[in-house]
Design a protein around this ligand. Structure first.
Ligand code: SF4
Ligand code: SF4
Length: 402
């Protein structure tokens, strides 16, 4: 597509989606290698948070794992909602199919419109890759059986205004994550129930009750590319500032294709997340192949120790808030993001300018939340709030909590 046409379309799209998904370059395969034949299904019990819970990272982390979200009253309230949603992910489809269009394109559009009505920020659809289904359930330890044909991925923004104000690992950090986990879970539960009422099987998957691994679904559904932060998919309009839920179903739907917005080249040239990660969990080096996926390596143990064991806040999202793609969707940033997507030689300049203009620095004047910590059932005002790393390439070894 000629570059001027591409630029004009970025500013003149007809809105189905809140963001102009139609201007993105679609490709047949994700921009990072996915060797489907080499991928072993993942056991959810082996996630960093579950390993912390069973004591793999020491007794302090095992204890903190029980309170690391609930220690701030807002993230505590948000996770309470998730527990409520965890019981309503599935059900029996209506016996009679509703008189709906027998057209996967029309139904994909309708399902997306419905998700946007429910306040999703972006939606993508793909065929459910069998390797994205967990091998075993975290709750029961039983093997997971899930044969739905399609996956609908829903992403919800963690809030730009808060991301601008926060250090990234202070007392609002977990609330930002759990706002998006809870809201995307709410949307997925309603969407799945709606599809079942139309007469088709459907199951919601959200942070309190997943049967699927989310990143490969986001890649296939065209909602982002793998980024340097590790097992994280980055979106071209809101960066890494989101959480996702999924609905799996047999309702016939037209699928989306993966996207290419130059992120592999951008992350090669950037590394800002690795510089500021307080635990040194993010690599400054090259990508590797792990379990059939090409990705930047990340140290799950260091990251989990920082998020669960953080002594000066609740959780961590420093990498999210410092990333140059974490921006508001204003005309100025739309132009900058268009350049970052389409003009390779502008990327190094964009990284340099992002630092120069102070993006990613916290703005305490915009802070709206209360710093509070639950200690033995009593809310107290904590002494400190958040602390970023300041790593240089290849010395990322600081501040990991144990
Ligand atoms: S420790 Fe914090 S900044 Fe580092 S990868 Fe984990 S969440 Fe991101
Ligand atoms: S901070 Fe830079 S290197 Fe890290 S994910 Fe964002 S663009 Fe990629």
């Amino acid at each position: 597509m000629p570059i001027v046409t591409s630029y004009m379309r970025a500013f003149n799209h007809k809105r189905l989606d809140p963001y102009p998904m139609e201007i993105l370059k679609r490709v047949d395969r994700p921009t990072t290698l996915v060797r489907e034949e080499d991928i072993q299904r993942v056991d959810e019990r082996e996630s960093g948070f579950n390993r912390a819970l069973r004591g793999d990272f020491g007794p302090r982390l095992a204890k903190e794992r029980h309170r690391f979200v609930a220690k701030h009253p807002l993230s505590h309230a948000l996770v309470n909602m998730q527990f409520t949603l965890s019981t309503i992910v599935d059900g029996i489809a209506a016996e009679n199919k509703a008189p709906i269009p027998d057209d996967p394109v029309a139904m994909a559009r309708h399902i997306k419109e419905t998700a946007y009505f429910l306040r999703a920020d972006q939606v993508g659809i793909c065929e459910l890759p069998p390797y994205a289904v967990y091998s075993h359930s975290m709750e029961t330890g039983e093997p997971v059986e899930l044969s739905h044909k399609y996956a609908i991925a829903v992403i919800v923004d963690q809030d730009w205004k808060t991301a601008r104000a926060t250090v990234g690992n202070d007392w609002i950090s977990n609330s930002m994550s759990f706002l998006s986990y809870s809201t995307s879970g709410f949307i997925a539960c309603i969407l799945a129930d709606y599809i079942r009422l139309l007469g088709y099987p459907a199951r919601a998957h959200h942070a309190r009750n997943y049967q699927v691994v989310v990143p490969p679904i986001l890649l296939k559904a065209g909602l982002g590319e793998m980024c340097r932060i590790g097992d994280i998919v980055l979106n071209p309009f809101i960066g890494p500032r989101f959480k996702a839920s999924v609905v799996t179903t047999d309702l016939p739907l037209a699928v989306d294709k993966p996207i290419d917005f130059g992120l592999q080249d951008f992350c090669d040239k950037c590394g800002k997340c690795a510089r500021y990660c307080p635990s040194g969990a993010i690599s400054f080096g090259d990508k590797i192949i792990y379990n059939g996926y090409e990705k930047w390596p990340n140290d799950v143990e260091k990251c989990t120790k920082q998020r669960v064991g953080n002594k000066t806040g609740s959780g961590c999202g420093v990498c999210v808030v410092v990333c140059p793609w974490n921006k508001p969707y204003t005309p100025f940033h739309r132009f900058v993001q268009w350049s970052m997507r389409n003009v390779p030689f502008a990327r190094r300049f964009a990284v340099w300018a992002d630092d120069l203009m102070g993006y990613g620095r916290p703005h305490p004047e915009d802070k709206w939340w209360l710093d509070l910590e639950d200690v033995d059932g009593i809310l107290q005002v904590p002494a400190r709030a958040g602390e970023r790393g300041n790593n240089r390439p290849n010395d990322g070894k600081r501040n990991a909590e144990s």
